[in-house]
Design a protein. Sequence first.
Lengths: 163, 163
Amino acid sequence: MRHSISVLVENQFGVLARIAGLFSGRGFNIDSLSVGETIDPDVSRMTIVVRGDDRILEQVMKQLNKLINVIRVVDLSKEEHVGRELVLVKVVANQRDRAEILSITDIFRGKIVDVGPETYTIEITGDENKIKALINLLVPFGIKEIARTGRVCMGRGSKSIKV
Amino acid sequence: MRHSISVLVENQFGVLARIAGLFSGRGFNIDSLSVGETIDPDVSRMTIVVRGDDRILEQVMKQLNKLINVIRVVDLSKEEHVGRELVLVKVVANQRDRAEILSITDIFRGKIVDVGPETYTIEITGDENKIKALINLLVPFGIKEIARTGRVCMGRGSKSIKV
């Protein structure tokens, strides 16, 4: 099963390396990882998407909790949550194909954020299935480059993961 | 100066920990980091935003280039590029404030992605300044939680960072 783990950490040198090391040391590969500031500039929030054995994951989460600089660890996959990702895709857009690429982008509520002589760069946000569907539609035109933020998650309702 | 570094890496255990370790070992703090898949499932793309001494950063990039599993390292801050981030914000939304929060969200072209009895969760994408402006407007209502993907970047025009 795929898990989305939210981790609040103190914004210190080396925390990220230690956390990434904990997962890789246990043989977990990280599908995606995002880390950014919170309202408190001393605290960052990470979202880590991993696949692997549930029992081992539980052990990893316990170890994470014991790490200095780690404030909270929550497996949001076990709760109702919202998950979103942002993706930039640079696609070959010849004169002939431009109208079709524009209409695909519109349907997926994407935005063209850059236009080159032979390319469009598209911004799209959504869940994995939506992004996969768009990418599959763009592949025939020729994808030159792709940059994904990885998934960020938040529990539904009023509950929050706090310091 | 703030730098946005794009790194193509082989999707192997431990690469992320080694890269994060290289930056923290040199005293760089990572403002944001995102890593996600590319079209090639064996290759991931990271975007790392760091602040620090330019001369030391150049050394770190040289060391990154020498790391096994690292395919390409590019400092996109030195080129024309598009940079975007996605942020989820859970804000306290009392009956009295809901209309105002909705109108702020509309102005920033954000989306309400979850509604609780006393909260809205807003999705917004854009550059740092836009996101900072929205967050500042939401602070007075009470921000309960924030999850940022960190910045992803792509060079403008037809050039691309390839394997």
